[in-house]
Design a protein around this ligand. Structure first.
Ligand code: 5GP
Length: 190
């Protein structure tokens, strides 16, 4: 997706050989027009699938997921990273180790919003080691839902998550796939 790649090149900041900061359009400030394009691109890529629910994780997965939900007319459910007083008891939970924060969170999703009737597409902002996606897959499986695939805004293909998940037979569509961040330079796979 060229618009996204151009935005990553012009505004992305390489923090290290493994971490990219995209705070100006995805992780802090949000570019709504870019999010709209991202939502439409995900919709096009999964046009052959019936999706009844989009499952993501707070907070940066919410904007692209919502734009996809708007495009295809499906609701978005986001896993919470912190326990909420209003979300007690009736929840699916899973543990997710955060690559950027180096902490493990117990994520949770209310049983009210995902069920065995759902065809779920998982969406997230980044794919690195695959921990976040694995946690969301675990929750969708606990609910007995059918998993349609995974939509990722920015995959870092030099980390192992994408390969591990694809080896499990999962369909993963990433809109930009980064080959390397070495020496402060952003390179994409074609
Ligand atoms: P994974 O769980 O695949 O190891 O990492 C994906 C999660 O970590 C995403 O939800 C994202 O928030 C965060 N993340 C991983 N790598 C990066 C990165 O290079 N930049 C930013 N901004 N977030 C990242």
């Amino acid at each position: 997706m060229n618009l996204l790649k151009e935005k990553i090149i012009s505004e992305g900041k390489v923090l290290s050989d493994t971490v990219l900061k995209v705070d100006s359009f995805l992780n802090h400030q949000i570019d709504p027009l870019l999010m709209k394009e991202i939502g439409e691109e995900f919709a096009n890529r999964f046009t052959d699938e019936v999706i009844t629910k989009i499952l993501t994780i707070e907070s940066s997965g919410i904007a692209p997921s919502t734009m996809l939900g708007l495009t295809i007319g499906a609701p978005v459910v986001f896993a919470r990273k912190r326990k909420s007083l209003t979300l007690s008891g009736n929840v699916y939970t899973s543990k997710v180790h955060s690559f950027t924060k180096n902490e493990t969170n117990e994520i949770s999703v209310s049983k009210d919003f995902i069920s065995s009737d759902d065809n779920v597409l998982i969406v997230d902002d980044f794919l690195a080691n695959g921990e976040a996606v694995k946690g969301l897959l675990d929750i969708a499986k606990q609910a007995g839902a059918t998993i349609v695939g995974v939509g990722i805004v920015i995959e870092k293909g030099f980390q192992q998550g994408g390969q591990l998940l694809r080896e499990q037979g999962l369909r993963i569509e990433s809109l930009a796939n980064i080959k390397s961040l070495a020496n402060g330079k952003i390179e994409f796979f074609d």
